[in-house]
Design a protein around this ligand. Structure first.
Ligand code: ANZ
Ligand code: ZN
Length: 823
């Protein structure tokens, strides 16, 4: 046998699979949809960390193909948005050109791995044929009142010169460039994601989603469901009142002041009654620039100003309380106003200490209820539930009971009601940037905002020379007058186009559907063919959805997954898709960091390019190594020595071909056959559970044992090749054909293990000394005489009778008795 040379075989088989459409068996009865979070084509190309998830989905796809499924495993590019545009600006290449170039690089890199991707279904989100549908979905949302214009202050990144959604911020800074975010009042398009909040939450637990709990939890936290009560607090000597939202109505007797957010409309309404209004005004201006996240930070000093001349009334105690404006209360959460209970809320406690406000304790820890109530509490807030005190008729009730009774009282008196609130906000959906989907809306003085008619989609992004962000709060599109000026689709009068574009995350909200749409074809391969009405794709959607397995980075645990689920549910409501959730099983990829343990980055000079690794060690070695590095979801460090190890392992597999025989040499066969079936069992279970590393370890054990034998049965070799093939498809295919087969190993059946062969059979072996049974040992059924003897002599009960004596004879009846004769 000649030497193993991946250079010689890998490209050959990639071409063969392509030509023979080996993986495109879309008409089998059982189907399986494997999806990777598609990359945005950055200028740097792939580094060795990126393919880890792609290799895993490829292993899984091949495993499922071998199990007889029709497997859909598509790939595409998320090419609109900030990263692509920022790259283009930095390198002074038009984003369109940059994207084309980068996609070509990515494709070349990806193809070298020999993945099962169906490139005929490739999609590119910046392709007009694609974004036509992104625009279409937006128009449908507009039609249903779910896309609306808003003038609320929004997050503005001064360096990226665009508005960002809350989801785009990291600790109050721009997630892309790290700049401090400022608040800016700008007209924006917003998607009413909150209308789906309850379903986004409920379906996490009720649609059989096989997701990592950690990711579900992140979704829950982002949605942030809160059950409380909303009730009114009257302003003394006036018709005015404020509504407050609380989750701790049981603490209402401890309310010593109330607070409104700086944005609260009541400030404007009662300003004549506020004696220190100019001071308040100054405070409002100061508060304007803080982001919501900054305001929410617990550690931040709690600022605020008392509204002099204004008094509020606690509806339960009828006591007078002062009213404050403070920015630790958020304008857009709940009602934008709170009842403040310093004794039982940290933020209120801190604020009260600073402003010398009374702290009135009304909930006690159950054990301390007999202690004398001093009425003052100074060592911090007690925030747990407990037993009520100093709360009138509610005293001595548990917090929970009190909440129920108090809410009833509010309802009865028509002062308040139970209310569910969500932290999640509507999705600020417009960006003041060039490289995105144009929002298909026209502004007409007479008709207002008017939808671009469906049959005019796609509304193409105009070709421009200058695409740098303007910084004025308007997109560069605003400068292209021939594009901006248009006719109103309704009245025919002159009108202006919307110049904002959609955010980077729009295209990825529905791309898993586009791959299915690409399967409905009457166009030559390689051309987008999404030109039919949406209903013509229903059959494909019904057949393939939900996505069975979805793999990608943990950074998408909130944003992308929330947005995509939201759009999917909207499309479900439209009747476009029939399943409530898009992704059935979700697993995140653990990061691959550099050999030095730091994040792979140009800055550290620790980036490894997969092209180099593949040309030195081969794609199979690289694939095998990335799956062997460690548990899939954990972070691992790259190791070139490790790839070399995988390469050597494949060389050893290759050499086994010299041992192949058709002769039956029973004893050797039996031993290997058993281990082989154990391996089949373990590899099957491990792939299913994403334990690729231990599957590979087991394959290594098997190879070690086969190496010790003189011969390898053809039938055993075939099984070995099949179970190795998902990890190292090229070498597997080559060895398969060496055995004389004429069609791909990926058209074979994944083997089932023989349970009889994998059972570790144990038997009870009686050990006699001079004919008397002295011990019973549980041993493997096929234990050899040597091993049985060794174990017998090592046992305490036997040592007792044999120690210091001459061993005259050992008689062994396999599987039954060992008799030791001593003198
Ligand atoms: C009185 C109270 C007493 C509260 C107490 C807590 C403990 P979640 O779970 O986050 O919904 N709150 C309500 N609206 C707010 C706003 N716009 N900005 C800032 N804080 C706001 O928490 C709800 C609690 O957060 C509410 O319950 C309110 O404070 C505060 F011992 O009311 B609580
Ligand atoms: Zn930025």
């Amino acid at each position: 046998m000649e030497k193993y040379d991946p250079q010689k075989i890998e490209l050959k088989w990639q071409e063969y699979w392509d030509k023979n459409r080996t993986y495109k068996n879309y008409n089998r009865e059982k189907r399986f949809y494997v999806l990777d979070m598609f990359p945005y084509p950055s200028g740097e190309g792939l580094h060795v960390g990126h393919p880890k998830g792609y290799i895993a989905t490829d292993v899984f796809a091949r495993f499922k193909i071998l199990q007889g499924y029709s497997v859909l495993h598509p790939m595409g590019f998320d090419s609109f948005g900030l990263p692509a545009e920022n790259y283009a600006i930095k390198n002074k290449i038009h984003p369109k050109i940059a994207v084309e170039k980068n996609i070509a690089t990515y494709q070349k890199q990806l193809k070298a791995f020999g993945f099962t991707y169906d490139w005929e279904r490739e999609i590119i989100t910046s392709d007009p044929e694609y974004y036509k549908w992104t625009q279409w979905i937006f128009l449908k949302m507009f039609e249903k009142g779910l896309a609306y214009e808003s003038n609320e202050p929004v997050n503005w990144c001064p360096s990226c010169k665009t508005v960002l959604a809350n989801e785009d911020l990291e600790k109050g800074s721009c997630e892309r460039c790290g700049s401090r975010i400022v608040q800016k009042k700008l007209r924006q398009w917003v998607l009413k994601m909150t209308a789906y909040a309850d379903r986004l939450l409920y379906d996490l637990d009720n649609e059989n989603l096989n997701w990592e709990e950690m990711i579900k939890e992140q979704q829950r936290n982002w949605i942030g469901r809160s059950e409380g009560v909303q009730f009114e607090i009257k302003i003394k000597n006036s018709e005015e009142k404020i509504e407050v939202y609380t989750t701790r109505l049981d603490t209402v007797f401890g309310m010593t002041y109330a607070v409104v957010a700086p944005e609260h409309p009541i400030l404007e309404r009662i300003k004549d009654g506020i004696k220190n209004f100019s001071e308040i005004k100054r405070y409002l201006i100061q508060a304007q620039n803080k982001t919501e996240l900054e305001r929410m930070e617990l550690q931040k000093e709690k600022t605020g100003v008392k509204l002099e001349g204004i008094t509020a009334i606690n509806p339960f105690t009828k006591e007078d309380i002062p009213l404050f404006v403070a920015d630790y209360v958020l304008g857009f959460y709940g009602t934008g106003a709170v009842m403040a209970v310093p004794a039982h809320d940290e933020r209120d406690f801190e604020f009260a200490r600073k402003h010398n406000l009374p702290v009135k304790e009304v909930v006690k820890k159950p054990e301390t209820k007999n202690e004398k109530n001093s009425g003052e509490k100074t060592d911090g807030a007690f925030t747990e539930d407990g037993i009520l005190a100093s709360s009138g008729e509610y005293s001595r009730l548990t917090s929970e009971n009190a909440r129920g009774k108090m809410a009833e009282w509010l309802e009865k008196n028509n002062l308040g009601r139970k209310k569910v609130n969500y932290k999640m906000r509507d999705w600020v959906f417009s960006r003041q940037r060039y490289w995105g989907e144009p929002i298909p809306i026209v502004h007409c003085e007479k008709c207002g905002t008017v939808a671009v008619p469906e049959n005019e989609l796609p509304l193409k992004l105009p070709e421009v020379k200058s695409y740098e962000p303007t910084g004025t709060g308007e997109s560069p599109l605003a400068n292209i007058s021939e594009w901006v000026n248009t006719k109103c689709p309704k009245c025919g009068g002159s009108a202006k186009r919307e110049t904002n574009t959609m955010p980077q995350w729009a295209g990825s909200c529905w791309y898993y559907l586009a791959y299915l749409m690409r399967g409905v074809s009457n166009l030559p391969a390689g051309q987008m063919n999404l030109q039919f009405p949406i209903s013509s794709y229903k059959g494909e959607f019904d057949r393939w959805l939900p996505v069975d397995l979805y793999i990608g980075g943990i950074e998408h645990a909130t944003r992308h997954l929330l947005y995509a689920r939201f759009w999917h549910k909207f499309l479900y409501d439209l009747g476009v898709v029939s399943k409530k959730e898009p992704f059935k099983r979700l697993i995140h990829v653990g990061l691959v960091s550099g050999e030095d343990g730091r994040k792979m980055s140009k800055r550290w000079g620790n980036v490894v390019n997969p092209d180099d690794v593949i040309s030195e060690f081969g794609a199979d070695a690289m694939r095998l190594f990335e799956m062997f590095m460690g548990p899939f979801t954990q972070e691992v460090h790259w190791s070139t020595a490790g790839v070399n190890g995988s390469r050597r392992f494949l060389e050893r597999v290759w050499k086994l071909q010299d041992k192949i025989t058709n002769r039956k040499t029973e004893v050797a066969r039996k031993k290997i056959e058993k281990l082989l079936h154990k391996t089949i069992k373990k590899v099957t279970e491990d792939i299913e559970n994403f334990r690729f590393n231990t599957a590979i370890s087991q394959l290594m054990i098997l190879i070690n044992e086969i190496e010790k034998e003189k011969e390898l049965q053809t039938a055993d070799c075939e099984l070995l090749i099949i179970i190795l093939s998902p990890f190292a498809p090229h070498i597997a295919e080559e060895m398969w054909f060496h055995l004389g087969h004429k069609e791909s190993v990926f058209l074979q059946k994944w083997p089932r293990h023989d349970p009889a062969l994998t059972k570790d059979e144990k038997i009870n072996l009686a050990v006699q000394v001079n004919g008397k049974v002295r011990d019973i040992m549980a041993v493997d059924a096929d234990i050899s005489e040597d091993e049985a003897g060794k174990s017998a002599f090592a046992r305490e009960k036997i040592k007792k009778w044999t120690a210091g004596k001459e061993i005259k004879q050992v008689i062994y009846i396999p599987g039954r008795i060992m008799n030791i004769v001593v003198g």
